[in-house]
Design a binder for this molecule. Structure first.
Ligand SMILES: NC(=O)CC[C@H](N)C(=O)O
Length: 298
């Protein structure tokens, strides 16, 4: 079935547009498509460019949220909300009227607060090492690393993220210097993984005896609920409607989708739709969910 989906996607003309605001991402060939499924019984199935590494970008927000909740528990929710924003991923609008408390941990402002929370009391290097350790343990793969060129590229052009961070700092919602929080955030976004590695890394959210037990079940459910309601920014409702499974997208063109109790699914195609989510990735996961009949609404 995966190969069938891969062939169908290869035939589609409209592939969206790669993100250009991060120069290092602008040069990526939009003709690529990969997909991988890691099932609860330990199998991994792949199709297309499933072993080509890409920048996971905002998919990293799932891993940092898991770490921050582990560190701070529910105290984190004093600093970041749990509502869909209804705005673009990098919007600053609501921060002004909502006292510097971002709507949710998956928009950029919210992810900056989460990164700030895992930094607390540590150096960025230590924090990133801890994050990589978490991701590598989840994926059972010590080769996963941070792409230094992408991190630098984001750092050089990250004015919007720095504006978000400055604004939150003005409201007392950042504990570390803005440059430190943003620098750490740019590096987490620059983690490189293939579909195969990302599907493996997502297994900690699937549940099941043989899956990595990195977070408590109760916490896992909550992370999944946030992925469902906020994982695709202003298109989260549409993704829930079309796919019916929690997912988190990133501007590198990746989407991590979880079928609870069944599988972790990673899809990647660098062309994005108007909401900044992978165009073919969204279509492929919709076809996959329809054909497997997997949904959280059964
Ligand atoms: N949607 C995304 O993947 C955004 C992440 C990107 N690094 C940014 O901060 O703009």
């Amino acid at each position: 079935m995966l190969d069938e989906i891969g062939h169908e996607m290869a035939r589609r003309d409209d592939r969206g547009a790669v993100a250009t605001y991060i120069p290092e991402l602008a040069d990526i060939d939009p003709d690529q498509f990969g997909m991988a499924v890691a099932t609860v019984d330990g199998r991994v199935m792949v199709t297309g460019d499933a072993d080509v590494p890409f920048s996971i970008q905002s998919v990293s927000k799932v891993f940092t949220l898991a770490l921050a909740l582990g560190r701070h528990g529910d105290g984190l929710w004093h600093r970041v909300g749990r509502e869909p924003s209804g705005h673009a991923f990098n919007s600053i609008l609501q921060l002004e009227t909502e006292h510097g408390i971002p709507r949710n941990p998956f928009i950029n402002a919210g992810a900056l607060v989460v990164t700030d929370a895992i930094l607390e009391g540590r150096a960025p290097k230590e924090t990133l090492a801890e994050l990589l350790q978490f991701v590598r343990a989840a994926a059972d793969d010590d080769a996963i690393h941070i792409d230094a060129d992408v991190a630098r590229s984001e750092q050089e052009t990250g004015h919007r993220n720095m504006a978000l961070a400055q604004f939150m700092a003005a409201h007392g919602n950042l504990r570390n210097p803005v440059e430190m929080t943003c620098g750490t955030y740019f590096h987490q976004c620059a983690i490189a993984m293939s579909c195969r590695q990302l599907a493996m890394a997502g297994r900690f959210l699937v549940g099941g005896r043989d899956m990595p037990g990195l977070v408590a079940r109760r916490r896992m459910r909550r992370i999944l609920a946030l992925m469902m309601t906020c994982g695709h920014y202003d298109a989260s409702g549409d993704f829930a409607f079309r796919v019916g499974l929690p997912g988190k997208s990133g501007v590198g063109g990746a989407i991590l989708v979880i079928a609870p109790g069944r599988a972790s699914i990673a899809v990647w195609s660098p062309g994005l739709n108007a909401n900044g989510n992978s165009h073919l990735g969204t279509q492929a996961t919709e076809v996959f969910a329809t054909r497997t009949n997997w949904s959280v609404f059964d």
